[in-house]
Design a protein around this ligand. Structure first.
Ligand SMILES: C[S@@+](CC[C@H](N)C(=O)[O-])C[C@H]1O[C@@H](n2cnc3c(N)ncnc32)[C@H](O)[C@@H]1O
Length: 224
């Protein structure tokens, strides 16, 4: 009996600490491989403005000074730095990525701009390590389709959002064959809505004016 108790004490925390294996497919969608940090230059390519309209996208967010915003899957900080300016010195940006090399590049960019209101976080594939009830908005630009643990990530982000907080998805349009992106890196509105509905989120608004992407805002459902 003593031996059994000893084994339970030893083994259970190890099992809990272990990450559940990632998925290759979720709700009929192939999950894309994570973009490697060695390709980070692509995130700051000149033509990105023309292809994605990032300024117009950020205007649509309606981010205000003093807000707490998370740039989930921030990469080298292409959106993190402008977001930090939008929330101002009374606001805060959590910048989360699973690749430590991306976080190193992000920190260099923060240093260069001398910004003080960004907290970089090296997340886990199933846990972004965000404080509960902390964010007014969580922005995911070209990120959600890469999650190997979509259910766990959505659950954690739901817990990190304030009551009226918004989860914002920016995804390349799968419905549009003229968008020159690999199919597993694109999502249709129907697929996005299906996955969000299944995980406790409801569509609040959307913007259809970006060149290549959907921009969709989700709130937590069932929250009074
Ligand atoms: C295509 S890049 C987009 C980077 C950035 N959002 C941008 O628009 O420039 C996708 C990023 O998501 C990150 N990522 C993938 N899965 C993640 C997860 N579970 N949690 C946090 N970041 C993740 C990758 O490491 C990669 O840096």
């Amino acid at each position: 009996m003593r031996l059994l108790t000893f084994l339970i004490i030893l083994v259970v925390p190890c099992l809990r600490a272990q990450e559940a294996p990632g998925l290759n497919e979720y709700m009929g969608r192939e999950i894309a491989r994570t973009m490697h940090w060695k390709g980070a230059e692509w995130l700051i390519r000149r033509v990105r403005e023309q292809e994605e309209g990032p300024v117009r996208m950020r205007e649509q967010l309606q981010v205000k000074p003093g807000m707490t915003v998370c740039d989930m899957g921030c990469g080298n900080g292409y959106h993190t730095l402008p977001l930090a300016e939008m929330v101002g010195e009374k606001g805060k940006v959590y910048a989360v990525d699973v690749q430590p090399e991306m976080i190193v590049m992000l920190k260099q960019n923060i240093e260069r701009k001398k910004l003080k209101n960004i907290e970089p976080i090296t997340g886990l594939c199933h846990d972004p390590k965000l404080p509960p009830d902390s964010c007014d908005m969580i922005l995911l630009v070209d990120v959600y389709h890469e999650f190997s643990h979509p259910v766990q990530m959505l659950m954690s982000m739901r817990a990190a959002l304030k009551k009226d907080g918004l989860l914002v998805l920016v995804e390349f349009r799968a419905e549009d064959d003229t968008v020159p992106i690999r199919p597993e890196h694109k999502m249709s509105k129907a697929q996005i809505n299906k996955e969000m509905d299944a995980n406790g989120f409801t569509l609040k608004r959307e913007f259809d004016g970006l060149p290549w992407q959907h921009l969709m805002f989700f709130g937590k459902n069932g929250v009074k």
